[in-house]
Structure formats: structure tokens, C-alpha cells
Design a protein around this ligand. Structure first.
Ligand code: ATP
Length: 261
């Protein structure tokens, strides 16, 4: 029997009800994500990638609303869960590297406090000394050098790129079954980008399911297994990276590919 997807989204719709019109940001998206695979979601600016991932975490605020669809995570439709139950799943089962690191970090908490929160969702009994040594390791794996100083810093004391790397470190540390990474390397230099992408591949090889949201088709070609192409809140094409890149069927995919190759 074929393997079941660990994350399966069915007919998801998230709309924004503005005064003058309705923005159908996610308009009937269905997709499957498997363990030990990197699933890329690609599409131009405003195509609905971020709204889709925020919808998975039920993080859509007014005037937005998830109006339809199912989100199955490891056999449970998490759309039916109460916020309290969802909190238990976030971090342990599924975690996310957000696109906007500075607004996703708590400004009054030092970096080490953010990392303690992540590690405590995995293991409440871990000793501080052991946790701190894991933090130093994960921060250096995302290319941060002065780890002692960074652990003691507040988010506003770090540059945007440093905050982004701390977010990636939090994602790596969470060690959840599914990791959603929304543009995890935008605004980083090429060496750091390569180091972070290498970490994602390592996690995939350890069995994690990774959803990589990106505009960068070069990165998709290099490291993803499956790809979904989104346009105007709809999936216009999907398949293995090899199939989609080798013989794109939709004009939009062809134009995206032409713009890089
Ligand atoms: N809070 C909001 N209020 C109104 N419209 C919104 C809101 N957030 C997103 N949208 C709209 O939803 C659509 C999808 O946006 P989304 O941020 O998901 O795009 P994206 O594919 O992630 O783009 P980018 O690659 O630029 O991040 C866009 O038309 C956007 O303007």
C-alpha cells in the first residue's frame, strides 16, 4: 500500500473580507506532504503561499477567515481542534519558520528564552546546561558565530538576517514531524543560505517532512522532491520536481521556469 501523507490539505479556502471586495487568498487548495520528503510550494508574490501556511496554524486574523477545507495532520483533522488542543500540536507535531522573523519573535524575551520555550515543548525535564549546549550547537549550525552574546540578546538587538537565523534555529530545534519553512533564506547571504538549506536536507534525511515555501526555483530544483505551483490562491500544477521541471504543463509554470533558466 502507498504511504499515507503526514499532512494532507483538502480544499482549503481562506478569504479576506475587505470593505470593497473579497480577496480569495487561498481558494480551494489541496496538497499532500510526506515524511522524509521536501515539498516545495512555489508561486509569485501575492499568490497565497503565506496565507496558506498561516491557515494551517489557524493564525488568520480579521478580516480574514478560513471558510472551508480540511487539514489532516497525522490522521487528525486539526481544523476540528480547539485552540488549546492546537497549542499542544504546534511545536511538537508541526512547526514553522515564519517569513517575518522580527514580528514573530517576542520583543521582551531574550533569544535564549525563545529557545527554552521551543525545547520545553519537546522535553520538559531537560537540564539547563544540556539545553544551552544544544542552543550553541544549533545557532552555529545556522551560521551564527558569537553564540553566547546572541543567547543573551533581545530580538531588537539583532539584525533582520540574524533574527531570521534564530527563527531557523528554533525550527531546527523543534524537531517536529512537519516543518513549514516560509522563505527561510530570503535576505541571507549565499553562504548562510547554503548552510541552512543543508540543515533542511539533513532533517529530511532523518525523516522529517519539510514544506518549503519559496519564489526561488533554483532552490527547488536543487533540493525539493515534490512541487506545487500556486497562482491566485489555486494550485495550477503539481508533481515531482523532475516531472514538473522537465515537462511543465501550465503556462504559468513555464513562465516561472523561463524567468530563471
Ligand atoms: N491581512 C490581509 N488583509 C487583506 N488581504 C490580505 C491579507 N493578508 C494577505 N492578503 C492577500 O492575500 C493574498 C495572498 O497573500 P500571501 O501573503 O499569501 O502571498 P504570498 O504568495 O505569500 O506572497 P509573497 O511571496 O510576496 O510573500 C494577496 O492578495 C494579499 O494581498
Amino acid at each position: 500500500m502507498a504511504e499515507q501523507p503526514i499532512l494532507s490539505i483538502k480544499n482549503l479556502k481562506t478569504y479576506f473580507y475587505l470593505v470593497e471586495r473579497v480577496v480569495k487568498a487561498v481558494d480551494g487548495i489541496s496538497l499532500d506532504v510526506y515524511k522524509a520528503r521536501i515539498t516545495a510550494i512555489v508561486g509569485g508574490s501575492g499568490s497565497g503561499k503565506s496565507v496558506m501556511s498561516l491557515s494551517i496554524f489557524n493564525l488568520i486574523d480579521d478580516p480574514g477567515k478560513i471558510i472551508d477545507g480540511e487539514i489532516w495532520l497525522n490522521g487528525v483533522n486539526i481544523r476540528n481542534l480547539k485552540e488549546k488542543q492546537l497549542l499542544k500540536i504546534r511545536g511538537k507535531e508541526i512547526s514553522m519558520i515564519f517569513q517575518e522573523p522580527t514580528s514573530s519573535m517576542n520583543p521582551v524575551l531574550k533569544v535564549k528564552k525563545h529557545l527554552f520555550e521551543v525545547i520545553h515543548t519537546q522535553n520538559k525535564a531537560i537540564r539547563n546546561k544540556e539545553a544551552l549546549s544544544m542552543f550553541r550547537d544549533v545557532l552555529s549550525r545556522v551560521g551564527l558565530k558569537n553564540t553566547e552574546q546572541i543567547l543573551e540578546s533581545y530580538p531588537f538587538e539583532l539584525s533582520g538576517g540574524m533574527c531570521q537565523r534564530v527563527m531557523v534555529a528554533m525550527g531546527l530545534l523543534a524537531n517536529s514531524r512537519v516543518l513549514i519553512a516560509d522563505e527561510p533564506t530570503s535576505s541571507l547571504d549565499l553562504t548562510t543560505q547554503a548552510a541552512i538549506l543543508e540543515e533542511l536536507v539533513r532533517l529530511k534525511n532523518e525523516g522529517m517532512a519539510i514544506v518549503l515555501i519559496t519564489h526561488d526555483l533554483g532552490v527547488v530544483a536543487q533540493m525539493a522532491d515534490d512541487v506545487y505551483v500556486i497562482k491566485d490562491g489555486k494550485i495550477v500544477e503539481s508533481g515531482t520536481v523532475y516531472d514538473v521541471f522537465e515537462s511543465p504543463k501550465h503556462e504559468y509554470t513555464k513562465s516561472l521556469l523561463n524567468s530563471i533558466f
